[in-house]
Design a protein around this ligand. Structure first.
Ligand code: B12
Ligand code: SF4
Length: 559
């Protein structure tokens, strides 16, 4: 038996947005508790509390089951190797019991680092697994793979230190495992030699054997996922023949990206390839046959080059499948080539997400983004007229960022009134040109993150609060960091998008309520208790444990 573990890393400390938002909600709930008294507070918030299921709720790009787990699972399924999957954020805390069960039963644990930015997260996971396997399953083999491993290896002079820090693992795979995963697992299960497998490093005693050479497969060798396997094997111990299905399935239109944004590691770690149209449509058909409502295209950018996207979109349009499509796409291309908007509509695309990053030309040039931020509203109109939602992401804190550049970003956000926005605080990640050339950008890495000529990591919470208040008060844009990472925790896992939207709006107002204490704008403050009552009306429960209200204490006071 093989156990596949995907750690999503949402709770990693580097996620400033989640930290800033959680902190404000905690302070809001604390004030409410003080105002109404503990007994009444716990009575009201105990509604449905126990019925809640943890897990990543479906929202756009964020889906409860990742393509990484389905793709690795498809490979094992084809090899006839049984497996189970744990695929979530913070797996040690959320799925401790399931993990212990897997540790007892599995011969091999295959752990993905794709979504983990901090190596510490994986070190802690390894410690948990080893401390539990020592007595009950000392022969357990642990295999690490995924994009985090590649990005840590790209860190200057890490070399053998990587293997030292991750010493509790036995095998390491660098790069794409499509071609080797099946035979590697088979060999490990049979105790056979793995040294001649490309990209695999393993340990013999204290010796490191093999070299961390990155594997990149050809476009036609990328494994096509079979989303039907989620009904055949256990994913997070759920039985998808009975449970509500995750609405969207991920597929890749290819790997790598044509662009070279300075803050992004993806193009430097992964070469650019696109699948053939017939492969993409066959994968779409698989998703449809397995009962999914929609598909998210997870390659970096769908619309470029046009020699790829135009024939693929036409082919998908011809299929007329009732599958809603979601993809990353550049709005500047749509403004220049309006016919793309028609093709997207014909192919049943319902959402386009774009890395807008900034509204300042100066910052965009430094980022190597090179588009005209004042031309975005044309694409938004073209897409909205065709029933396609437009979501964007921005980065706060790129070198050169000031109050003035943030003002330019706000101007674009106001003019375009996007449907949703993801706000990122700058991360200086290894493997990115920004990290490699940090001296040139005037970046110093500090114990808290980074500092450069115009901003520091510790300034980010202030700018993030300001941006969220601006968006809440001056646009209709919903904040994805909240709807993706915070609001779902207040609902049962089968919640509708509409309820998430309503919950997010109230949470945004709650955040403004808390943060406007810091500001002196003379406006009227909404009543805290009214907001709380509105929240209770919309959500299924208040996840008190997440906000530092002790569980034991809670149960005592409720009864
Ligand atoms: C989809 C996605 C998400 C979704 C995930 C949900 C879902 N349903 O899948 C969401 C939105 C939640 C997400 C979140 C984040 N993401 Co993201 N995401 C992606 C994206 C676009 C696709 C991932 C994917 O499915 N790839 C396809 C699969 C098949 O590829 P893969 O996982 O790499 O697997 C292959 C190999 O790596 C290897 N492999 C992988 N695991 C294992 C394990 C073993 C044992 C072996 C042998 C091999 C192996 O084999 C596979 C086949 O070749 C990637 C970019 C990309 N195109 O990869 C970024 C990417 C993975 N995300 C990234 C990041 C940084 C994040 C965040 C941490 C961002 C942040 N700071 O907030 C967050 C997580 C926290 C949060 N705030 O939510 C980075 C990771 C970089 C890193 N690790 O250093 C990427 C690479 C984008 C980038 N360059 O910036 N993400
Ligand atoms: S941010 Fe997006 S468009 Fe830019 S290089 Fe990375 S994947 Fe490509």
């Amino acid at each position: 038996m093989v156990s596949i573990v995907i750690e999503r890393g949402v709770s990693e400390k580097n996620n400033i947005l989640v930290y800033v938002i959680q902190k404000a909600i905690r302070s809001f709930l604390k004030s409410i508790k003080n105002e109404m008294g503990g007994k009444e507070f716990y009575r009201l918030t105990s509604k449905n509390r126990k019925a809640g299921k943890s897990g990543i709720a479906a929202h756009g790009l964020s889906q409860p089951i990742s393509l990484t787990s389905v793709l690795l699972g498809t490979i094992l399924d084809r090899e006839g190797i049984p497996f189970s999957v744990i695929d979530d954020d913070n797996v040690v805390n959320k799925h401790g019991e399931l993990l212990k069960f897997a540790i007892k039963k599995a011969s091999v644990m295959a752990i993905s680092t794709t979504y983990t930015v901090e190596m510490k997260t994986i070190e802690n996971l390894l410690k948990f697994i080893r401390s539990n396997s020592e007595k009950i399953n000392p022969g357990l083999k642990i295999l690490l793979g995924g994009q985090g491993l590649l990005s840590w290896m790209a860190k200057d002079s890490i070399g053998d230190k990587l293997f030292e820090q991750l010493k509790l693992a036995d095998y390491f795979v660098f790069g794409e495992a499509d071609k080797i995963f099946g035979s590697l697992i088979r060999r490990i299960l049979h105790g056979e030699n793995v040294s001649n497998l490309e990209g695999v490093v393993h340990k013999k005693g204290n010796k490191i054997i093999g070299s961390p050479k990155k594997i990149q497969v050809d476009a036609n060798e990328i494994m096509s996922p079979d989303w039907g396997i989620i009904k055949k094997y256990k994913f997070n111990n759920l039985d998808f023949t009975k449970e509500p299905y995750p609405g969207f399935a991920g597929i890749e239109e290819g790997r790598g990206c044509m662009f070279r944004c300075k803050f992004c590691s993806y193009p430097s770690l992964t070469k650019f390839r696109r699948k053939e149209a017939k492969v993409i449509t066959a994968e779409l058909q698989n998703v449809h046959n397995n009962g999914f409502r929609g598909v998210t295209f997870l390659g970096a950018e769908f619309l470029n080059p046009l020699t790829f996207s135009i024939p693929v979109l036409s082919e998908i349009g011809r299929l007329r499948l009732p599958v809603e499509c979601w993809a990353f796409g550049r709005l500047d291309v749509i403004s220049k080539r309006p016919e793309l908007a028609d093709l997207l509509k014909e192919a049943n695309f319902k959402t386009i997400q774009f890395g807008l990053e900034s509204g300042s030309r100066e910052i965009l040039v430094k980022m190597n983004k090179k588009f005209d931020p004042t031309n975005m509203d044309k694409a938004v109109r073209l897409l909205h007229d065709r029933g396609i939602q437009v979501k964007v992401s921005i980065i706060i804190g790129f070198p050169g960022e000031t109050k003035e550049t943030l003002k330019k970003t706000k101007n674009v956000l106001k003019k375009c009134n996007f449907d949703e926005i993801m706000i990122h605080g700058l991360s200086v990640l290894s493997g990115t040109p920004l990290y490699e050339n940090r001296q040139e950008f005037g970046i110093k890495l500090t114990p808290y993150g980074w500092a450069h000529g115009t901003m520091r990591t510790i300034d980010l919470p202030r700018h993030i609060r300001d941006m969220i208040i601006f968006l809440t008060k001056q646009t209709d844009t919903s904040i994805l960091n909240i709807s993706q990472n915070v609001t779902p925790k207040f609902f049962q896992s089968n919640v509708t998008e509409n309820r998430i939207k309503k919950g997010t709006k109230i949470i945004q107002s709650i955040l403004c309520h808390e943060w406007e204490n810091y500001r002196d704008n003379g406006g009227e403050k909404p009543c805290r208790m009214t907001l709380f009552e509105e929240l209770l009306k919309i959500v299924d429960f208040i996840p008190l444990e997440l906000y530092g209200f002790e569980k034991g204490n809670l149960d005592m006071e409720v009864s």
